[in-house]
Design a binder for this molecule. Structure first.
Ligand code: GLC
Length: 523
């Protein structure tokens, strides 16, 4: 496999949303055998590693981010043998495999939570989660005012039958905390059993040959001591602007990341990357201190629109955030939680241009399946959307429609059955098979860019030097090398900086200028 040792520092990683990638058994939902059958494609694309979205047993309330057993595989995706086979085959193709670990919460169908529900208040079973009596005279108000990320209160009240008076029917019980859906109860990370179980999970998968882990909600886990009210919520006077969010980024969370690091350090070439959604860059940087996560997503670039000043600012912010700890930056403009770049930037040409920005930057790049095909978001009828985010108008399923591989609808080679979300007719022109044949396709652009990045000597140097650029444009050089990336996010064609053109995201104009909505690499 390419780049031994700290391979993750410059890798191109490809996120597979397993349910939407490739379906081998015809039930309309992607599976591990499907991923296995497409490894040749991923090798052609040139990626160094895969990150699989959660494949563990789960009621799929949040598409697998509600885990009922972190050390097994959901039958909808296959079984442990399929995952072992996938890991072995991927390694055979020179591709590493990362799993998605969900330590902030479990499913409400996890055996721990089921035991907690039938146990009494104050029991050790309940002490693995955040169970509390309600407020108000009858305890019918939630223990605090926290909101769930998906909208509504972050607390749900249980009911139970009184063993001494079963005739009385269901009586109110304690409330439990869930920062996401009620099907995702938050674990209490001050309980040592919770860490012991994560340790078991990380060992379980590392021993099976998994190369690393993406840590879901890595800024969650520990909660502010005493679960104080969120003073940023309406109802507080004066409204306390600028206060920290008590739900996330508690100091105690770093103990967990130190534990993860110490454990992974005992395995060769293993790594962890955290989903760290912390707005304050100094606090963000704590997650990648020397004895914590190897890498963390910084979402500034993903949050920037197609605007040269905003993109430059996001790149600078990200580089400054990692500077103190010396870890490489992680660049991404797409994942399963956001609108696809071809739609979000307002023009597929802009998404192609941004691919050259992402892949030119020093550090590591994370791509999301379908991004390399330039897939747009798909408008879905509301009744077909399964994402719990829909209630908040987030509609993340629009970026989770299955991948068109070849041929015709309804399945476009993704499935021989009915895809779990309908695939639109416009996918017919965007299949992987048709794009592989077309040298001007988005897929061909990604292949060429990833290949150059891996083989061309100009792709070294871990800093960025900015050049002066015309209004609406940006240009940077990888420090100490000759690689220049120029982006035209303006409205007129602009002259290119000096150098030999290695690759452009769109044809240059007849005058040899870089047209709007495009980018070029020069050396
Ligand atoms: C992360 C995941 C998202 C999920 C949430 C709860 O943000 O990326 O898909 O809904 O965690 O696990």
């Amino acid at each position: 496999m390419r780049g031994d040792g700290r391979w993750w520092e410059s890798a191109v990683v490809y996120q597979i949303y397993v349910r939407s990638f490739a379906d081998a058994d015809g039930d309309g939902i992607g599976d591990l055998a499907g991923v296995r059958s497409r490894l040749g494609y991923l090798e052609l694309l040139g990626v160094d590693a895969l990150w699989l979205s959660p494949v563990y047993p789960s009621p799929q309330v949040d598409h697998g981010y509600d885990v009922s057993d972190p050390r097994d595989v959901d039958p909808v995706f296959g079984d442990l043998g399929d995952l072992d086979g996938l890991i072995a085959d991927a390694h055979g193709h020179g591709i590493r495999v990362l799993l998605d670990i969900v330590p902030n919460h479990t499913s409400d169908q996890h055996e721990w939570f089921r035991a907690a529900v039938s146990a009494a208040p104050g029991s050790p079973e309940r002490a693995r989660y955040h169970f509390h009596p309600g407020r108000g005279p009858r305890g019918d108000e939630p223990p605090n005012n926290w909101r769930s990320v998906f909208g509504g209160p972050a607390w749900t009240r249980l009911t139970r039958t009184d063993p001494d008076d079963p005739e009385a029917g269901e009586i109110p019980d304690e409330w439990y905390l869930h920062l996401f859906t009620p099907g995702q109860p938050d674990l209490d990370w001050s309980n040592p059993e919770v860490w012991a179980d994560l340790e078991k999970t990380l060992r379980f998968w590392s021993d099976r040959g998994v190369d690393g882990f993406r840590i879901d909600v890595a800024h969650g886990l520990a909660k502010a001591a005493g679960l104080p009210d969120d003073r940023r919520q309406p109802g507080w006077t004066p409204v306390a602007d600028g206060l920290p969010d008590p739900r996330f980024d508690s100091d105690e969370v770093h103990q967990v990341h130190r534990g993860i690091r110490a454990l992974l350090d005992r395995y060769p070439e293993r790594m962890a990357i955290g989903e760290v959604m912390v707005g304050d860059d100094e606090r963000w940087a704590r997650y990648v201190r020397r004895d914590e996560l190897h890498l963390a997503f910084h979402f500034a670039l993903l949050g920037a629109g197609f605007d040269a000043a905003a993109i430059r600012d996001a790149i600078d912010r990200t580089l400054e955030a990692v500077e103190a700890s010396g870890v490489p930056a992680v660049w991404t403009v797409a994942n399963h939680d956001v609108s696809r770049p071809a739609t979000r930037y307002g023009d597929p040409a802009r998404a192609r241009a941004m691919a050259l920005v992402v892949l030119a930057l020093p550090g590591t790049a994370y791509l999301y399946n379908g991004e390399e095909l330039g897939l747009p978001d798909v408008d879905l009828p509301t009744d077909l959307v399964q994402d719990p985010g829909r209630d908040q108008g987030r509609m993340r399923d629009t970026a989770r429609v299955p991948i068109p591989w070849e041929g015709e609808g309804p399945g476009y080679g993704f499935t021989t059955g009915t895809p779990w979300l309908p695939m639109p007719e416009e996918y017919g022109a965007l299949t992987a098979a048709s794009q592989l044949e077309d040298p001007d396709s988005t897929l061909s652009l990604y292949r060429r860019a990833i290949e150059l990045r891996a083989t061309h000597p100009a792709f070294a140097g871990d800093d960025v030097e900015w050049f002066g650029a015309p209004e609406g444009c940006l240009a940077f050089r990888r420090a100490g090398t000759t690689l220049v990336c120029a982006l035209n996010a303006g409205t007129h064609p602009v002259p290119l900086p000096p150098g030999d053109v290695l690759l452009t995201s769109a044809p240059l104009t007849e005058q040899g200028e870089l047209p709007p909505n495009s980018a070029a690499w020069l050396a």
